[in-house]
Ligand binder design. Structure first.
Ligand code: G3I
Length: 305
């Protein structure tokens, strides 16, 4: 196949991109998205701050723009993200009581999942809850751990399943790509524990913001999958350029293709010019929407090469 989405579809996978509503007026941006990708994640528009800026009042417009377009094209949509310590609205803060925060979190999950019911493939229910350093299993301190304790992750997943029993529920994080890293093992143990106790979880998202993927990346994907969850590569980008960048992209794509439960890949943007990694060129299309060597490497790998 000659596009990323069509090539991924040959094996039942999707190949998506993060998209920002603010760029939808740029025809080359939309043309490239539509031609090459059969999946999408809203880069910011579904996050708690942007979508519920004041309590109980929802700003659906920008996210709806992305979702409506994606639905009309038959794309797979990843919902990003329900519970995250960053990009929170100001009204979610440490002055709330535990009971109040719990009810705000549950209501947020119910409203947002309800609004997009039937349209979303998988939700990032909880994003980036694990700490970067420290002991295996340590969580990052946040308003959620401070008020609700470490059980907030389980609470969020249970609330999400109740809000919509028909959508896949994912835990999503960065630096959980190396099977041996303490952070990875913490997430692995959580998923194993959730599965053992019947806490609903269907998938793990490996964000994969790379310099270089670790050598055991495929093994890591396979280990998560062996717990009985799907794995998705959710925010892929690779710093650099040329053949080194292309080679890293090829290895990531081949790793996903090698594990049947790795169901799709999303790159974190359409074009280098709008990447969050400013000053770098980490994506598959340059600032003029030309295909880069990394594009050819990914397409070839999706086609089985
Ligand atoms: O939209 C406002 C605008 O109204 C305001 O004037 C301007 C002033 O700062 O800010 C704009 O919001 C910015 C937003 O992107 C939209 O451009 C925020 O400041 C900026 O912080 C935000 O950055 C996003 C970042 O998440 C926030 O943490 C990036 O676009 C987005 O790519 C990035 O995505 C995250 C994933 O969600 C989770 N994993 C890591 C990944 C990369 O950091």
């Amino acid at each position: 196949a000659s596009t990323l989405g069509a090539a991924a579809a040959q094996s039942g996978r999707y190949f998506g991109a993060a998209v920002a509503a603010g760029h939808l007026g740029e025809s080359a941006y939309v043309t490239t998205w539509d031609r090459e990708f059969n999946g999408v994640t809203a880069e910011n528009e579904m996050k708690w701050g942007p979508i519920e800026p004041s309590r109980g009042s929802f700003n659906w417009g920008p996210a709806d723009q992305i979702v409506n377009h994606a639905v009309s094209k038959g794309m797979k949509i990843r919902g990003h993200t329900l519970v995250w310590h960053a990009q929170l609205p100001g009204w979610v803060n440490g002055n709330m009581s535990a009971a109040d925060l719990r009810s705000a979190m549950t209501n947020h999950i119910n409203q947002v999942m309800g609004h997009y019911k039937g349209k979303i493939y998988a939700w990032d229910v909880v994003n980036e809850a694990f700490a970067d350093g420290g002991a295996v299993g340590s969580l990052r301190s946040s308003v959620f751990t401070q008020k609700l304790g470490n059980g907030f992750i389980e609470e969020a997943f249970r609330a999400a399943r109740a809000a919509d029993p028909d959508v896949k529920l994912c835990y999503n994080d960065y630096n959980i790509d190396d099977a041996n890293a303490a952070k990875t093992r913490g997430v692995y143990n959580m998923v194993r524990d959730f599965k053992a106790r019947g806490v609903p979880i269907d998938c793990v998202g490996l964000q994969s913001h790379f310099g270089n993927p670790p050598s055991n990346y495929q093994q890591n994907i396979a280990q998560f999958a062996a717990l009985g969850v799907d794995v998705q590569i959710t925010e892929l980008d690779v710093g650099g350029s040329g053949s080194a960048q292309a080679d890293a992209y090829r290895r990531v794509t081949q790793a996903c293709m090698a594990v049947s439960r790795c169901t799709g890949i999303t790159v974190w943007g359409v074009t280098d010019k709008y990447s969050w990694r400013s000053g770098d060129t980490p994506l598959l299309f340059d600032g003029n929407y030309n295909k880069k060597p990394a594009y050819d490497a990914v397409l070839n790998a999706l086609n089985g090469g």
